[in-house]
Design a binder for this molecule. Sequence first.
Ligand SMILES: NC(=O)c1ccc[n+]([C@@H]2O[C@H](COP(=O)([O-])OP(=O)(O)OC[C@H]3O[C@@H](n4cnc5c(N)ncnc54)[C@H](O)[C@@H]3O)[C@@H](O)[C@H]2O)c1
Length: 275
Amino acid sequence: MTEAFDPASLSQSWPKPSKPRPIVTFGAGSIVGDAHFPAYRKGGFPISGLYDPDQAKAQKLAETWGVTAFRSVEEAAAVKDAIFDLATPPGRHADVLKALPDGAVGEATEILEICRAKRLKAAVNFQLRFAPMMLALKDAVAKGWLGEVVDFDALLALDTPWQLWEFLLKAPRVEIAMHSIHYLDLIRQLLGDPLGVHAKTLGHPNHKVAQTRTSAILDYGDTVRCALSINHDHKFGRRHQACEFRICGTEGAAYVKLGLNLDYPRGEPDILEIH
Ligand SMILES: NC(=O)c1ccc[n+]([C@@H]2O[C@H](COP(=O)([O-])OP(=O)(O)OC[C@H]3O[C@@H](n4cnc5c(N)ncnc54)[C@H](O)[C@@H]3O)[C@@H](O)[C@H]2O)c1
């Protein structure tokens, strides 16, 4: 049964852990200073410290946040009962994982094998599905406000500053593996696994990043239409740029604007509207 339409009643948060554990971060790059540490602080999670082979960078970030800059991987890995937070370039994850203690908590297969062998409880940071507005969207769908969801459209036309990530400039798989993977994860949370996927991902003649544009159709059978149209090479002014989802049901619809991507990493406000 559909509940009364009251947007303020939508859930926008995730339950907190009953016993928060100290967080030890590997990497002192932009994602840690711009996203991980601000979010941990805001959420009240204890940050123990961080390690980065670039000691000056680690020290600077540690001072800003009043946490420890560990001098070695071993020192960081020795923190008891920690949550290890890997914010390193993908090619470095395996080495960091190998240095972690057994049972404490390359490539995807190698990472999985190390986690299994060490009995690590590992999570990949697919944070979009936990974003407050996505939790609210999920709640609105669960409350039946949209009726049966029959349409999911993602439209991106923006100018993503790939040059911020040096390691991406040489990576063989970029757009889907580093960016749209968050949309695919969110869509799977809302609609489940598709029956199939038709997709093409490609680069752009103006630069050397392996792929920055993707078209994808996710096959959810004969009732649900799901499409992603993604172009990170729209450098032609803010007016016609977009980073938005339209989710339509049989009874209602939602519109989502992902403000962060439109001016990364400063961002514009997000928008969730429900009809
Ligand atoms: N989930 C998301 O939305 C999202 C967004 C941005 C970045 N990322 C991911 O986060 C990771 C880091 O991205 P970033 O933007 O901070 O990159 P960055 O290039 O700004 O920083 C990476 C840092 O890792 C350090 N590093 C390299 N090897 C290390 C090691 N063995 N131990 C500890 N530190 C090491 C480097 O010195 C550098 O300071 C990447 O895997 C990236 O794909 C995810």
